[in-house]
Design a protein. Structure first.
Length: 233
């Protein structure tokens, strides 16, 4: 009884805090000085209309590389913890045949139709991340969602872990090599001006930002796909 009363009081307390924040929230009519400087600097210095992508892949690209490394360690840890049990499940034909019955023909046919469309959408998000909303992280998550759909649609579907591992590693190597090229030919590590900026707003523009976005999308997509595969029932 006391535990329920404490839970209700806790929910009411946090509800009061969040409701007061929502009631007192007022939208700023102008940007803060730091944000305003980035809004002007990114298009002029990097040639990227999307300020967020320009910041993530240039000014704080080293932090972005660290975030991807954390995601890689998470995928490796999940594989280490669930790898043996996952292999045991895959080598059991009876369990696979039983689980295969759970997916209807409608779900499987829908997955075959949607997966290519999801792949096209992911490529659009990644390739246009320097011009509009999107980027490597978002596109990589969309790629992983297509793998999740395939896993849900067919219990017999298995991703090629070796291919995903090699692809993810290659993307990481090229990402770092691009950063080193920035040290040699531009102003610093992962400086996108290692490539020509091109025409502002064009599909091929903003220096190396689109290339870095593609590498980031591939890396994130592979890592999340491996995590999904390890968690399959």
């Amino acid at each position: 009884m006391m535990r329920r009363i404490f839970a209700v009081l806790s929910v009411a307390f946090f509800g009061l805090i969040f409701s007061s924040l929502a009631i007192n929230y007022t939208e700023r009519q102008s940007l803060r000085p730091l944000a305003a400087s980035y809004v002007k600097l990114v298009p002029q210095d990097l040639g990227a209309p999307n300020v967020i992508t320009g910041i993530l892949l240039t000014y704080r690209a080293f932090d972005t590389l660290g975030e991807v490394a954390v995601l890689f360690m998470a995928a490796a840890a999940v594989g280490l913890l669930l790898g043996k049990s996952g292999q045991g499940r895959r080598h059991s034909p009876s369990k696979i045949s039983d689980r295969a019955k759970s997916s209807s023909e409608i779900v499987q046919s829908g997955a075959q139709i949607l997966v290519p469309l999801i792949g096209i959408f992911a490529a659009y998000i990644i390739m246009n991340g320097h011009r509009s909303a999107g980027g490597g992280f978002q596109g990589g998550a969309v790629i992983a969602s297509s793998v999740l759909l395939l896993v849900l649609a067919s219990a017999r579907y298995q991703i090629d872990l070796e291919f995903f591992s090699v692809t993810e590693s290659a993307a990481g190597v090229f990402f770092v090599l691009t950063g080193i090229a920035g040290l040699i030919f531009a102003g610093g590590f992962l400086d996108s001006r290692v490539l020509p900026l091109g025409q502002f707003g064009a599909f091929i523009s903003a220096g190396a930002i689109p290339f870095l976005s593609v590498l980031l999308g591939i890396k994130v997509g592979c890592e999340l796909s491996v995590i999904i595969d390890r968690f399959r029932a």
